[in-house]
Design a protein. Structure first.
Length: 282
């Protein structure tokens, strides 16, 4: 008898920083709690274990017949285009015979920026408290009538920097720019992209450029799924330049949980089409 639950493998990049794996595990638990009909497990391409091929082999050994791999990546750069499909090929070479659907990355695909991704970025910005005494905390102030009026951290800003890890892949950087443009349109604020590595500008340079353009209250939106050394570096750069607000990475926000689930559902629907492209080498 087939196991009743769908096998879902979340594939993170992996990091030496333990906070990154903790965030991935938290997201894995949240997706599993939202969808108890799925068996959701985490995997890593580097630094941590298990590898995706190992998780697929475990599902195969347990009698599963179908799995969905979801890259926990915000761009379809080298890891998304090469490493994740390579894990499926490696599982095949080791004898795994699961039907495997490869889901899209969590960032823009074919120019479409997921609304849920923007929801997550805005949620993190809204959750920021009083970092430097310059932005009013979310937990509110009293109005003249003695009522408590919640305030929105985003409403105190006049510009944003969308800080990403960075990639040498020009096509992947285009998708980060697309996300920045969509976030700018959503919030009605100018938004510049910055990178922690691999490509300019650094977040501090982006903050300084916005200041030179006359903006005073600048926030950093974290285009990161988890904290780690690169996130620390981009935050330090922005703070040195005088950024007012720093939002946390997306981690396990409800919007990100929904986005992951939507990628699973879309992959299943794509795999069910008779004309669907074959995603898994046999």
């Amino acid at each position: 008898m087939r196991p009743p639950r769908l096998a879902v493998v979340l594939v993170a990049h992996g990091s030496r920083d333990p906070r990154a794996a903790q965030a991935t595990e938290a997201l894995t638990r949240a997706v599993g709690a939202r969808h108890p009909e799925w068996d959701v497990r985490a995997s890593y391409l580097d630094h941590n274990g298990p590898r995706p091929r190992q998780v697929l082999a475990s599902f195969d050994d347990e009698g599963h017949r179908r799995a969905v791999l979801v890259p926990l990546l915000l761009t379809a750069a080298y890891h998304g285009r090469v490493d994740v499909p390579g894990e499926i090929s490696a599982a095949r070479a080791a004898g795994v015979r699961l039907d495997v659907e490869l889901a899209d990355v969590l960032g823009p695909v074919s120019g479409a920026v997921p609304d849920l991704l923007l929801d997550g970025l805005v949620t993190r910005l809204d959750a920021v408290g009083d970092l430097d005494g310059l932005v009013t905390p979310l937990d509110a102030v009293g109005d003249l009538d003695g009522l408590v009026t919640p305030l929105n951290a985003v409403g105190d800003l006049d510009a944003l920097v969308l800080a990403a890890a960075g990639t040498r892949d020009a096509g992947a950087r285009v998708t980060v720019e697309q996300s920045a443009a969509a976030l700018s349109a959503r919030l009605g604020l100018p938004c510049r992209v910055a990178y922690a590595s691999a490509a300019p500008p650094l977040s501090g340079d982006a903050v300084r450029a916005l200041r030179a353009a006359g903006h005073e209250r600048i926030g950093l939106a974290s285009y990161f799924l988890a904290p780690g050394l690169l996130w620390d570096a981009t935050v330090a750069s922005a703070r040195e330049a005088g950024v007012q607000v720093v939002a946390e990475p997306l981690t396990d926000t409800p919007a990100l949980v929904s986005l992951v689930a939507s990628r699973v559902t879309a992959a299943l629907l794509r795999g069910a089409r008779p004309d669907a492209r074959v995603l898994v080498p046999s």
